[in-house]
Design a protein around this ligand. Structure first.
Ligand SMILES: [Zn+2]
Ligand SMILES: [Zn+2]
Length: 145
């Protein structure tokens, strides 16, 4: 796990390598539903589901479901838990689903000029610092006044 600048979020956050991401991905798949398409453990009314999850949490889940959590936050709680287990950090966002792009392979290599991660591995320009190296003989910077 490393922390790097994310061009999508416009801030730094952890990025997981493939093995770390795999644990998070499996938790996500589980939250999304089993192979029959039914959400695992979430088959009742929202109220029932919340109570059920709270019971589960009291028995063996480590992290807490905040008061006033949305059904989406409750549903993706296992994803958040997996992320927190893997990184040892607390997830601060509102929507655990954003964790699905916290993955090294989602990004390109670092920009040779500013060091921030490029949008993909074939990128020939950087949207963070404005450098453009499509033509290696004529590198330009779009940010210059
Ligand atoms: Zn991001
Ligand atoms: Zn750059």
């Amino acid at each position: 796990m490393k922390v790097d600048w994310c061009w999508a979020c416009k801030r730094e956050h952890p990025m997981l390598d493939e093995a770390e991401f795999d644990a998070v991905w499996r938790a996500y798949r589980e939250a999304e539903g089993d192979r029959f398409g039914k959400p695992v453990g979430l088959v009742g009314t929202p109220q029932e589901n919340r109570e059920r999850l709270l019971r589960l949490q009291n028995s063996h889940m480590s992290s807490s479901i905040p008061p006033g959590a949305t059904s989406r936050q409750i549903r993706y709680q296992p994803l958040k838990d997996a992320y927190e287990r893997v990184t040892g950090l607390k997830f601060e966002g509102d929507d655990p689903k954003v964790i699905l792009h916290y993955r090294c392979s989602f990004y390109g290599p670092p920009c040779p000029y500013c060091g921030r991660l490029l949008r993909n591995e074939r990128a020939k320009q950087c949207f963070e610092c404005g450098m453009d190296w499509h033509d290696p003989a004529k590198i330009v910077c779009h940010r210059k006044p």
